[in-house]
Design a protein around this ligand. Structure first.
Ligand code: DOR
Ligand code: ZN
Length: 345
């Protein structure tokens, strides 16, 4: 039985770090285990320009505790007014790694997102020319589409037409939650990858709704039926380089989660690696954990994998805080619902 596992240091290819009073408390939870992260731009106001991304990056680095090493990889929030030249220059200068597409109204702070896809054609064409990835929140916002169908419908109505119209555009389908998402990524010849979150490997929609409503399991895209969770577990542990870790760890203070209209987001940064080791072990594929956490993502983004390593060791129950205190208030850590035994050394 394997009880020690050394991996190249993981990266998180989809992360919400927030800003201000929240950032200080949240950042160490990722920096403790992860070397780099693709940082989401859905602040208020959003991070739209290269200049804003550079300023946000500085705030993140300033919040990093002494002795911790962490590289934020910045993204630009795509709006209908985004300037193609600003985007391409940011990529060329290393200020931004990717552009994030939120359909307007799809999720937290997405009001400035895209409504009319024709208006962002010049940006997408410019990105395709230089190989800059587009990170996509893949859900339609059509109020007549059931929330559990919004990802599958997005693939047919938006993503496939968009990719056909923009040959060469490199796309990451963020936080896929369905077997349709898995199948679509597998069907693509090239230029398409997907991130999978930690929580979507653990919960299905019953976890949110059976026996009382559990706001800390509510996120977007919302967790689907069990067959979809199984498809995600299979994809994540398959060794297929098109699937990689993007935790979508998305902190909201408890007061905003445990409310009549609670915010979407699961905060998993603290215990993600212990949970993933548990899942990969359960699937009999611990040998593929390193690919998912540390190799496939850098390969997609054209970056070298990290040289440093982390070691996971199996032992007694892992103790982790139930809540992280931040300057904005407490944030509840994702509860896997079972004891974790893989410790990060
Ligand atoms: O659950 C989510 N939380 N999904 C998103 O797309 C956004 C995120 C957030 O920013 O809170
Ligand atoms: Zn997200």
């Amino acid at each position: 039985m394997t009880d020690t596992l050394t991996l190249r240091r993981p990266d998180d290819w989809h992360l919400h770090l927030r800003d201000g009073a929240m950032l200080d408390g949240i950042l160490p939870e990722s920096a403790r285990h992860f070397a780099r992260a693709i940082v989401m731009p859905n602040l208020v106001p959003p991070v739209v320009t290269a200049r804003q991304a550079a300023a946000y990056r500085e705030r993140i680095l300033k919040a990093l505790p002494e002795g911790m090493v962490f590289t934020p990889l910045m993204t630009l929030y795509l709006t209908e007014e985004t300037d193609p030249e600003d985007v391409t220059a940011a990529f060329a200068n290393g200020f931004a790694q990717a552009v994030k597409l939120y359909p307007a109204g799809a999720t937290t702070n997405s009001a400035s997102g895209v409504q009319d896809f024709q208006k962002v054609r010049p940006v997408l064409d410019a990105m395709a020319d230089i190989g800059m990835p587009l990170c996509v929140h893949g859900e339609v916002t059509d109020p007549t589409v059931d929330i559990f169908d919004r990802e599958a419908v997005f693939i047919d109505r938006v993503l496939e037409p968009l990719r056909r119209a923009t040959p060469g555009l490199r796309v990451v389908m963020e936080h896929i939650t369905t077997q349709e998402g898995v199948g679509y990524v597998r069907s693509a010849a090239k230029g398409l990858g997907a991130t999978i979150t930690t929580h979507h490997l653990i919960i299905n929609r019953n976890h949110i709704l059976v026996g009382g409503i559990r706001p800390h399991y509510y996120c977007l895209p919302v967790a689907k039926r069990e067959i979809h969770r199984q498809a995600l577990r299979e994809a994540a542990t398959s060794g297929d380089v098109r699937f990689f870790l993007g935790t979508d760890s998305a902190p909201h203070i408890d007061a905003l989660k445990e409310a009549a209209c609670g915010c979407a987001g699961c905060f998993t940064a603290t215990n993600t690696l212990s949970i993933l080791a548990h899942v990969f072990e359960e699937m009999g594929r611990l040998d593929r954990l390193e690919g998912f956490t540390s190799l496939h993502g850098p390969a997609f983004y054209g970056l070298p994998p990290n040289e440093t390593t982390i070691t996971l060791r199996k032992g007694g129950p892992v103790a982790y805080p139930a809540k992280i205190e931040t300057g904005a208030g407490p944030v509840t850590v994702f509860d896997a619902g079972f004891p974790l035994h893989w410790h990060v050394e």
